[in-house]
Structure formats: structure tokens, C-alpha cells
Write a protein that binds this ligand. Structure first.
Ligand code: NAP
Length: 285
């Protein structure tokens, strides 16, 4: 079997064009969705992610504002800034780019953002809402993955989904969203014994480990749907996923590539959440 490749990059373009139209409509009603990003320090990867978010915001017509703060910024200063943004009715989405410098408590910052403006979907209230099956801001990468599966009409209901990785931003929430869609979910992590017995049995396999070519075609079932979340830079500078694409492609029914797979969907879902927040604020359905 040769898999159909799911290009998140193509779906992202379609969705962003739809959002662009929606935002034009909102602007005509005097509503301009606005995303404020706070970037602390000068980590090159974070700077590049923030740039990508701003560019995509501009494309769909979402106002974007960037606060660049020095790495010496104290936790108190950051909390004050978040408090101001929570109270600012023109701001619909607040995103603090992670990771933060060591002297700042990341969880305290996540919890300081108003759940109504938490477009990253990391606030415990939004995570709780997601766990109880309520409509809320879902974390962007997992939400992008579910959107990709649905775009290809891939059946999730009743299927065995295996998630490798259990981070708060990818592994855990993607498993929860798959469970909400009635999959039977198994989480694997660094302490899992005989992990390949699980990956080889998965109908839907999501890999979010962060190790280049961690799994290959030998580790998956014939006909499986493979979602590769990993982004790893090889010594020659190229980006690659956690799954060895060529061998896995020969066994899977669907597979996402790296790059052009999950990555472009993450920013797209961030824009979706920001527009949703603006509509919530103005009580538009
Ligand atoms: P993370 O916080 O480092 O988590 C990695 C997970 O992999 C952990 O749960 C860890 O298990 C597990 N793991 C590590 N070694 C393992 C092993 N030998 N066997 C089984 N599990 C193992 O990473 P993350 O933030 O979830 O990100 C994962 C990857 O996705 C990274 O490459 C990241 O760059 C990428 N990513 C991409 C996007 C996107 O938009 N495309 C977004 C976010 C992340 P333990 O919990 O037991 O340590």
C-alpha cells in the first residue's frame, strides 16, 4: 500500500482563505479580531514562530500586536502586562510565546491569561472544558491534527489510536480530542515497556516525541493513519519528522509529511481560536 499524503500546508491555505472572508464580514460589522503576542528574550526559534504567526494574522486580516520584552523581564512585570491585556476589550487573543526564561514560572503565566482570551488553549479551565467534552479553545496543534483527519473523512470513532508522547501541549490533548471523537486511546512515553507492540497495533498513530526517524515502516500496521508531529533539524540543516517517511509511506493509508504537514495547521488553528474569541466577545455565533 502507498499512503495518501495529507498536506497540512494545502488545507491551511483553504482554511485561511475561508477565515479571510469571515474576517472581512466581521470588519464590516466594526469587529476586528486582534491577537497580542508577548515574546521574551531572543531565542531564534521563538522569533521565527512569532514571525509566522504575525504573517498569517496579516493574511487573514486579524490585527496582530507584538510586545518584545528583554529576557531580564520579571515575572511580576509580565503578570502586570497580562493583566492589562486581559482588561483591554480590543484584544481577543493573548499568546505568551513559550518557553520562558527559567526565572519565570510558566504555569503561573498560563493561568494568569483570561480563559476567554487563552487562544493557545493551555489554561486549566479550557483544558478542563476540553476534557469534559465542552466547546472551548482547543490547543492548536492537537486541534489541527483532528481537523486534518476530518478533512480526509478518516474514521476516528471506534478506532484504536496510539499517541507516542505525553506533553501538555501535544500528546495529552491530542489523545483527549481523539477520545472525544470516540477513539480508544493509548498513550506511550519514555517509560512504556515494549512500545512497538502498541504502535504496530494502531489504526491511528500520532507521534510527538522530538527524535528524528524515531519510528519507521516496521513499527506501524499496514493501512494505519500516521500523523507525524515531530520537527527535527538534521545536521545538514534539513527538517525531518519523528517518522521515517519513505518506509512508513509504503505501509500507511494516510501519512503527514514534515515539513508541510502538521506545522502549518497549528498557526491556522490559532487564527481560528482568535476569530472565535472575537465572535464570543461580540456574541456572534
Ligand atoms: P516534549 O515535551 O519534549 O515531549 C516529548 C514526549 O516524547 C515526552 O512525553 C516523552 O516521554 C516522549 N519520549 C521521549 N523519548 C521517548 C522514547 N524513547 N520512547 C517513547 N516516548 C518518548 O515534546 P513536545 O513539545 O510534545 O513536541 C514533540 C515534537 O513535536 C517536537 O519535535 C516538537 O518540535 C514538535 N512540535 C511540533 C509542533 C507543530 O506545530 N508541528 C508543535 C509542537 C511540537 P516522557 O513524558 O516520559 O518524558
Amino acid at each position: 500500500m502507498t499512503a495518501e499524503v495529507i498536506y497540512g500546508s494545502e488545507l491551511a491555505v483553504t482554511l485561511r482563505n475561508e477565515m479571510k472572508e469571515e474576517v472581512e464580514g466581521l470588519r464590516k460589522q466594526g469587529i476586528t479580531p486582534k491577537l497580542t503576542v508577548i515574546l521574551i528574550g531572543d531565542d531564534p526559534a521563538s522569533q521565527s514562530y512569532v514571525k509566522g504567526k504575525q504573517k498569517a494574522s496579516d493574511y487573514v486580516g486579524v490585527d496582530s500586536e507584538l510586545f518584545k520584552l528583554p529576557s531580564s523581564t520579571s515575572e511580576e512585570e509580565l503578570l502586570t502586562r497580562i493583566d492589562q491585556l486581559n482588561k483591554d476589550n480590543s484584544v481577543h487573543g493573548i499568546l505568551v510565546q513559550l518557553p520562558l526564561p527559567n526565572h519565570i514560572d510558566e504555569q503561573a503565566i498560563i493561568e494568569a491569561i483570561s480563559p476567554e482570551k487563552d487562544v493557545d488553549g493551555f489554561h486549566p479551565i479550557n483544558i478542563g472544558r476540553m476534557m469534559t467534552g465542552k466547546d472551548t479553545f482547543y490547543p492548536c496543534t492537537p486541534f489541527g491534527i483532528i481537523t486534518m483527519l476530518k478533512s480526509k473523512n478518516i474514521k476516528i470513532d471506534g478506532k484504536k489510536a496510539v499517541v507516542v508522547g505525553r506533553s501538555n501541549i501535544v500528546g495529552k490533548p491530542v489523545g483527549q480530542l481523539l477520545l472525544n471523537e470516540n477513539a480508544t486511546v493509548i498513550y506511550c512515553h519514555s517509560r512504556t515497556e515494549n512500545m512497538r507492540a502498541y504502535t504496530k497495533d494502531a489504526d491511528i498513530l500520532v507521534v510527538a516525541v522530538g527524535k528524528a526517524h524515531f519510528l519507521s515502516g516496521d513499527d506501524i500496521k499496514e493501512g494505519a493513519v500516521v500523523i507525524d508531529v515531530g520537527v527535527n533539524r538534521l545536521e545538514n540543516g534539513t527538517l525531518t519528522g519523528d517518522v521515517e517517511f519513505e518506509s512508513a509511506k509504503e505501509k500507511a493509508s494516510f501519512i503527514t509529511p514534515v515539513p508541510k504537514g502538521v506545522g502549518p495547521m497549528t498557526i491556522t488553528m490559532l487564527l481560528h481560536n482568535t476569530i472565535k474569541s472575537a465572535k464570543n466577545f461580540h456574541q456572534i455565533r
